[in-house]
Design a protein around this ligand. Structure first.
Ligand SMILES: NC(=O)c1ccc[n+]([C@@H]2O[C@H](COP(=O)([O-])OP(=O)(O)OC[C@H]3O[C@@H](n4cnc5c(N)ncnc54)[C@H](O)[C@@H]3O)[C@@H](O)[C@H]2O)c1
Length: 349
């Protein structure tokens, strides 16, 4: 297939690009190259036949029309977004423009292209979204997010993603655009931009800096290894039923404190600290405003309908991730002077 991937120089988008190329698809990677992008993420496949990159902004409708006309995709996988909750607290405007208006532009450009080609049934517009649209769960482990959980976003980021999900569904119901949606839990793995919890913890640990934990560290997330997610996304794009949503989770609920202690234990094995465990660097910092207590995914639909399961536990995925950061110092060093990296963000509320 010929796939137009938006946000393919970011963390998850680049995992999708790498996997799609290795599976023999052709990929057009469309990305504005914001602070969160890194084209090195796709270096492993960028010389392969069938790969192309276009620097374009999804807020620019004319640029999108030109990309559709020139690259003629069979499917769109739309991942481009502003993605960092803390940045959305300090500056929500970019989240509204990219996540809502940008998605609207993508839908309209895709619709114009699809109609112009005679509305092919096989065309897909896959919108990649987050479980954060569902809000925060109580502690009861029996309660998880399903595809019918009511939307209840609580941050500017999740509200902008919820709005984009509603637009995508509306374009299906109103115009018949063959869309599929997926909402996933927190991703982690190689090429994770060093402003998110797991890379921050690994890199601060190695630098002898405090390992910041928001609040008391009891917030629970359901961790999904990014390469498992990319596999699930290609499956949803190819086999998902038009108009339908699929929740994707790793089945790995952990408190932030447990997660950080696991990373410390892995580092204690791989790169022992002469002065004792890295866990001694754990530091509790003031909580994020409106910090959701718990996210957990019921992945029953994608498992039962499409046969997908995650391939790794969080312990296995973290072991691979820590090793990747130890082996790829040049990659993360080059990103550490980007705007806001290493600073505490999201405290201006
Ligand atoms: N990271 C997670 O844990 C997670 C969880 C659930 C859902 N998601 C969703 O998955 C998608 C990808 O997330 P990620 O973590 O890879 O994000 P990321 O921030 O690492 O990458 C986003 C990419 O989008 C590009 N981009 C941003 N604004 C753009 C614009 N206006 N035009 C074109 N490109 C633009 C950036 O340059 C970057 O390469 C997002 O839609 C996000 O909401 C992420």
């Amino acid at each position: 297939m010929k796939i137009l991937v938006t946000g393919g120089a970011g963390f998850i988008g680049s995992a999708v690009v790498r996997l799609a190329m290795r599976r023999g698809h052709r990929v057009t990677n469309l990305d504005a190259l914001t602070y969160a992008a890194c084209l090195d993420n796709v270096t492993p496949v960028s010389d392969m036949a069938g790969y192309s990159f276009v620097q374009a902004d999804i807020r620019d409708r004319a640029a999108l029309d030109a990309v559709f006309a020139e690259h003629a995709p069979d499917a769109v996988m739309h991942l481009a977004a502003e993605s960092h909750v803390d940045r959305s607290i300090d500056g929500p405007g970019a989240f509204i423009e990219t996540n809502i208006t940008g998605t609207y532009n993508m839908l309209e450009a895709a619709r114009g292209y699809w109609v112009g080609r005679g509305r092919p049934d096989g065309f897909r517009f896959h919108h990649i979204s987050t479980d954060e649209v569902y809000g925060s769960l109580p502690a009861d482990p029996a309660i998880k997010f399903t595809e019918t959980t009511a939307y209840d976003p609580r941050s500017p980021y999740s509200a902008s993603k919820a709005a984009s999900d509603h637009l995508v569904r509306a374009w299906h119901e109103t115009y018949g655009l063959p869309v599929v949606l997926s909402n996933c839990s927190n991703n982690y793995g190689p090429y994770h931009f060093p402003e998110k919890l797991i890379p921050v913890v690994i890199l601060n640990a190695l630098a002898g800096k405090p390992l910041p934990i928001y609040g008391d560290g009891t917030n629970i997330r359901d961790w999904l290894y990014v390469e498992d997610h990319a596999d699930a996304l290609l499956l949803v794009m190819q086999k998902g039923r038009p108009g339908r949503s699929y929740n994707i989770g790793g089945g790995n609920e952990r408190t932030n404190l447990d997660l950080v202690r696991t990373i410390c234990a892995i580092l204690d094995e791989k790169r022992p600290r002469p002065a004792g465990s890295y866990a001694e660097q754990i530091t509790f910092v003031p909580d994020r405003p409106g910090h959701d207590a718990r996210y957990a995914i019921d992945a029953g639909r994608i498992r039962d309908e499409l046969g997908w399961r995650p391939s790794v536990t969080v312990e296995e995925g973290l072991e691979k991730t820590v090793q990747w950061y130890l082996d790829n110092e040049a990659w993360w060093r080059a990103l550490q002077d980007r705007h806001g990296v290493g600073e505490r963000l999201g405290t201006r509320a």
